[in-house]
Design a binder for this molecule. Structure first.
Ligand code: NBP
Length: 475
């Protein structure tokens, strides 16, 4: 009687995933490098389902039915490689190794190629939803061979979150595609949180109390902005610190941490040439928050408005902040999905962007009402970019007056809104009939003879800037 599936790594994510699998009726082999962690998990949760704990990796592997399905949930990076290296000699042709950690997609491509050469399947599966998601139903983004998905997909789908009975798990594409999509999910998550932070600072600038701000977010959560992050923003703002009696957010140090997925999103976008300025500003906003030396010296040297927001109609401005938040969020999603489209071209992945939006509707951190609209827009037709979709473009048109007013007011008040303004700049750049790039190209030709193309003739041209000023056509 062999186990259906195995999980390596019994820290919080792995043990919750193993429990989720067991709750869904699968028999689950479990292993952790340090055996005491396996024992602790079994002591606490062993009665919840059919677990097969092992202290030796060889026993763990031998306890699995074939093809073996092994989900690795260990620390990303070297620990993942160490785990794969220990497993590989114990496996047989056709076995499936799944990395459920937050791996960089290039690492996944490398590992997949190596294991494919050994006759094994390697699946890089992005898993979002944190520890609660792992236990109760995450959003799962598996990449690897289609063949492996036939054996693995039903198990992953059984433990994923569901929307109207549909699993938040679908085959994404070959090799690193799943981890790439998970990386973009996290990049969008950074942007979402930055926009929420900007809205919060503007509401505070208006003079709202913390309970009032919590109410505003709770109200927003009943409309187009309905999402997990807006919902928990309301709860975090409402929380009072037991020690001081002050709002908890007021006593939290204003330095945001990061573990790398936002940075990867930007690095990959730079490599692909995808404009993702709104997501980039969210990553840089965390960077400046965590630059104490820079901030301390700048605070001493620099002056400016104090962040108080003075408007004639407070409620009308709050509605405009909501519009700025919604429109910026749409642009960040568009930028992330653009990056997926460009990566798919670059790496030969056949990614269905509408399906990606579909599996983000529940289980994951960026789950939001907007994703259903994104799914249906991509299902309705081939989009180059989300912001061209009819219902999205009209929503942006409706929101833009408020969005512009919020950015202008924030700039005058000295409230930094890099996310709102970057998203708005993207909107204006993308729709512009002409960009200032023509001048840039003229300058490049002047100092570097980089040539330019003309609007009226084919070919590359160069002006003899330093001699007779004549234009020559490059051969
Ligand atoms: P951690 O990221 O804290 O990793 C701890 C696990 O890695 C333990 O099982 C540990 O074994 C094992 N490990 C280490 Br460290 N070095 C190892 C090595 N050289 N060989 C074998 N095993 C090794 O666990 P986590 O927070 O559960 O996250 C697991 C994965 O899921 C990570 O990739 C993470 O990025 C990803 N993830 C986490 C979340 C979240 O909310 N936490 C959300 C989404 C994805 P030991 O007990 O013997 O030290």
């Amino acid at each position: 009687d062999l186990a259906n599936v195995g999980v390596v790594g019994m820290a919080v994510m792995g043990s919750n995933l193993a429990r989720n699998l067991a709750h869904k009726g699968h028999s689950v082999a479990v292993f952790n490098r340090t055996a005491s962690r396996t024992d602790a998990m079994i002591a606490e949760h062993g009665t919840e389902g059919d677990f097969r704990p092992a202290h030796e990796l060889a026993d763990f592997v031998a306890s699995l039915e074939r093809p073996r399905r092994i989900i690795i949930m260990v620390k990303a990076g070297a620990p993942t490689d160490a785990t794969i290296d220990a497993l590989v000699p114990l496996l047989e042709e056709g076995d499936i190794v799944v990395d459920g950690g937050n791996a960089f997609f290039e690492d996944t491509r490398r590992r997949e190629e190596k294991l494919r050469g050994l006759g094994l399947h390697f699946v890089g599966a992005g898993i979002s939803g944190g520890e609660v998601g792992a236990l109760e139903g995450p959003s799962i983004m598996p990449g690897g061979s289609r063949e492996s998905y036939e054996a693995l997909g039903p198990i992953l789908e059984s433990i994923s979150a569901k929307v109207d009975g549909e699993p938040c798990c679908t085959y994404i594409g070959t090799d690193g595609a799943g981890h790439f999509v998970k990386m973009i999910h996290n990049g969008i998550e950074y942007a979402d949180m930055q926009f929420i932070g900007e809205a919060f600072e503007l509401l505070k600038g208006l003079g709202l109390s913390y309970p009032e701000m919590a109410d505003v977010f709770a109200t927003w959560n009943t409309g187009d902005l309905d999402s997990y992050l807006i919902e928990i923003t309301s709860e975090v703002l409402r929380k009072v610190d037991a020690a001081t009696g002050r709002p908890l957010v007021e006593v939290i140090v204003d330095a945001a941490g990061m573990k790398g997925t936002g940075t990867w999103t930007i690095q990959s976008a730079l490599n692909l040439g995808t404009p993702v300025n709104a997501i980039a500003e969210a990553v840089f906003a965390r960077a400046i928050s965590s630059s104490p030396a820079l901030r301390a010296s700048a605070q001493k040297a620099l002056t400016g408005p104090d962040g108080k927001v003075d408007v004639a109609d407070r409620d009308a401005f709050i509605e405009q902040i909501r519009e700025a938040l919604w429109a910026s969020k749409v642009v960040a999603y568009a930028q992330g999905l653009d990056e997926i489209r460009m990566a798919a071209e670059q790496y030969g992945w056949d990614i269905n962007v509408g399906e990606v939006a579909k599996i983000w509707r529940a289980g994951c951190i960026i789950r939001a009402r907007l994703l259903e609209r994104i799914r249906s827009e991509y299902a309705a037709g081939n989009l180059v970019t989300l912001i061209e979709a009819p219902s999205i473009a009209s929503g942006l048109a409706d929101a833009q007056d408020g969005w512009r007013e919020v950015v202008a007011t924030a700039v005058r008040a000295g409230v930094p809104v890099p996310g709102f303004s970057a998203a708005l700049a993207h909107y204006d750049q993308a729709r512009a009939p002409r960009l200032n790039a023509a001048l840039t190209q003229g300058l490049r030709d002047y100092f570097g003879a980089h040539t330019y193309r003309r609007i009226d003739r084919e070919g590359a041209f160069h002006t003899n800037w330093s001699t007779d000023g004549a234009e020559i056509q490059e051969s």
